[in-house]
Design a binder for this molecule. Structure first.
Ligand SMILES: C=CC1=C(C)c2cc3[nH]c(cc4nc(cc5[nH]c(cc1n2)c(C)c5CCC(=O)O)C(CCC(=O)O)=C4C)c(C)c3C=C
Ligand SMILES: [Fe+2]
Ligand SMILES: [Fe+2]
Length: 340
């Protein structure tokens, strides 16, 4: 029997330093996230980052936490609940980090008689810190615990016309009645090195801000997160007919240290009021679910910084979350696969 496992990133169990610390430890000790040799990673993460970060992150989580729990988990569960009745195969939900593990998700499907799983990372664009780490862990668990199970990885959907359609319609709906000088497409950042690592053609060398690093549709672009982001932006902008001077693309949530993809969201947004850009809307298409990075970093912190610099109107566009059209689309993709 076929079945599906939807996988999102995960959250700590509570917005406290005690709960955030082990969560961040699991997250940042992942070799696909901080991709340096184990001893150096342990020194960076446990010796430096985890000394202060759990306190700071817990404080940020407290600002966005809901009565029912982490927004990312609650919204993923709502989406899961809407998708299940639309399809004829069991659908599970798991998180890459935290207590809703991929192992439990696979076990649950296995117990229902599922032997063929479609693994569905809830990320439109491919990155080793998001998609690949899910695929690698699921395969590791399969080999150890479910050797007779088959796993098929649902590919990145950053340019699928039906996804672009749903995303564009959602953006259009949220922009209704909002006059803006600039629509900012802000994607989660990654170190530039990650793009080079996943490029099997090894043709990525220099990155020039705001210029493509590889051509969409070529082998170099197959696993290029940066080009996937540019493609999502290009296709949405094309569908909505947004002129070139009315939008820009940036990357958020960088950690100190390496060179991350540019331009940086915080720097760009801070500089906008001085350039006369006083009304902005921000959309975050690297996330299908609202989370710390959209609700706190963008809708709170970026907004405050923008207004402190003289910005007037700021609209944070919600992610697709449990939007009906989005859930229907995921249901359609599952049905297309399960009927094959
Ligand atoms: C080296 C560090 C990180 C990389 C690379 C990275 C890539 C990456 N992350 C997401 C999605 C999410 N990240 C979230 C939080 C978050 N991300 C990092 C670090 C890296 N992410 C940290 C340390 C944190 C924790 C919070 C903090 O301390 O600031 C979240 C939100 C989780 C939540 O509970 O709400 C998401 C979602 C993607 C898609 C990605 C690569 C493309
Ligand atoms: Fe992240
Ligand atoms: Fe590229």
């Amino acid at each position: 029997m076929k079945g599906v496992l939807l996988v999102n990133l995960g959250s700590p169990d509570a917005p406290t330093p005690e709960a955030v610390k082990p969560y961040l430890d699991e997250f940042l000790m992942d070799k696909y996230v901080i991709d340096v040799p184990y001893l150096l990673r342990a020194f960076l993460v446990r010796g430096i980052i985890l000394r202060k970060r759990p306190e700071e992150s817990a404080h940020a989580y407290q600002k966005i936490w809901w009565k029912e729990g982490s927004p990312l988990i609650v919204l993923s569960e709502r989406m899961h609940k809407k998708v299940q009745p639309l399809v004829n195969v069991p659908v599970g939900l798991a998180m890459r980090y935290g207590s809703m593990t991929i192992e439990k998700g696979l076990q649950d499907l296995y117990d229902q008689g599922v032997t063929e799983v479609m693994l569905f990372p809830l990320y439109p664009q491919y990155a080793m810190a998001s998609t690949l780490t899910i695929e690698a862990l699921a395969d590791e668990i399969r080999k150890k615990k479910f050797p007779d199970m088959k796993i098929m990885n649902f590919p990145a959907f950053y340019n699928k016309p039906d996804y672009i359609n749903v995303l564009s319609n959602s953006i259009k709906e949220h922009l209704k009645g909002f006059e803006y000088d600039k629509l900012v497409f802000s994607y989660h950042g990654i170190p530039e090195r990650h793009v080079r690592k996943t490029d099997k053609t090894k043709s990525h060398r220099k990155f020039v801000t705001n210029k493509m690093c590889c051509e969409a549709g070529t082998p170099a672009a197959e696993f290029c997160y940066r080009t996937h982001c540019y493609e999502t932006t290009r296709l949405v902008v094309e569908q909505l007919g947004i002129p070139e001077n009315k939008y820009c693309q940036t990357f958020q949530s960088r950690l100190a240290g390496d060179k991350w993809l540019e331009p940086y969201t915080d720097v760009e947004i801070d500089n906008m009021p001085a350039k006369g850009i006083k009304k902005i809307a921000v959309v975050t298409p690297a996330f299908v679910t609202d989370c710390l990075e959209t609700l706190e970093e963008i809708a709170m912190r970026a907004k405050e910084d923008f207004q402190a610099k003289g910005g007037e109107d700021f609209l944070a566009i919600p992610c697709l979350n449990d939007d009906d059209a989005w859930c229907e689309l995921v249901g359609n993709w599952i049905n297309d696969w399960s009927k094959k």
